[in-house]
Design a protein around this ligand. Sequence first.
Ligand code: SF4
Length: 383
Amino acid sequence: MDKKPISVYVHIPFCKKKCLYCDFPSAPGTPEEIAYYFRILMKEIRSFEALDSLHTITTVFFGGGTPSLVSPLYIEQVLNLLRTQYHFDKDIEITLEANPGTLTKDNLTAYRRMGIGRLSLGLQSVHEDELKMLGRIHSYQDFLNSYEMAREAGFSNINIDLMSGLPRQTMDKWKKTLETVCALDPEHISAYSLIIEEGTPFAETWGTRQGRIYLPGEELDRQMYRYTKEYLASRGYERYEISNYAKKGRECRHNMTYWTCGEYIGFGQSAASYVDERRFQNPAGKEEYRNYARSAYASYKATKPLSLKAREEEYMFLGLRTARGVSREEFKKRFGESFPGTYEKKLLEYYQQGFMEKNGDRIRLTDKGIDVSNIIMADFLQD
Ligand code: SF4
């Protein structure tokens, strides 16, 4: 019997210092807390041993937090356990998220040695004033040193994270960030627009009525998005998802698993999973996760599979994020039926309004549709 492909996400919830805009589950940790976290994490992974005979791991993603903050020995321990417990695809993609200011030559060499082939670097901006405003721990020069060290260590697949829509950001500053980063020739660029999350220091400063005056307005935000797409295309990066651009063949396979409703298992605090038509999420709280980890597999088994309707909705919702869009044929193969009548009705309206278009067997958002993508995608969740 063919084994099913599955992706693995491992959450490392530690950061040197909290960035001012961040609401991810991450915080500074003492050496003891880090050691303890990995003990629990290993327990959780072991509890999923029973999945081994059914799956082949095609991608592993160490995300956070800042996985490059902890000793590479911990990362290696996790990879060794995964390797012992599961079958790794021979072409596996293993990514590690890293922040400038936490990388050393030794760490990078160790990552390569243990089979990590893809590095995702959080830069956000090339301007010192913007980095400072975001509360990042590094300067642009720190990033450059990390990037060069990573290339020297043999990383030939690097992503750089960028952020637009920052307070007081002008189009010229955003252009400069894009141009500077492209000159480095990374294989992949993620360019997200800032979201001011409640409960963050950013929300207190920039989320108020007075603070919002300094944020780029909707029109400038759109202009930045369109410029990003055009400029990156001119530099050989194709937009393959709303905020992700890659050189040919360098799309992040791990993230594509999410957007195409592939199976993935998330280990660690707050990690989410989609296995066997069941969606579940680990507790975000430290204590709660600790208690949960021991019986994680039993909890997964007790989770109810999603209904057919819910799975179809998710397939549309997530698939429309991708530049390829969704395929009628794949839909039918996967769910045993064609698009329901309600989808056809919505699609017709969106074609007429110019928000969606057909491309052979596929349906996708147009540039106009991307401007209101949240509304359109959510529409498929509201039958
Ligand atoms: S490095 Fe990333 S996860 Fe850590 S605080 Fe900053 S934005 Fe959040």
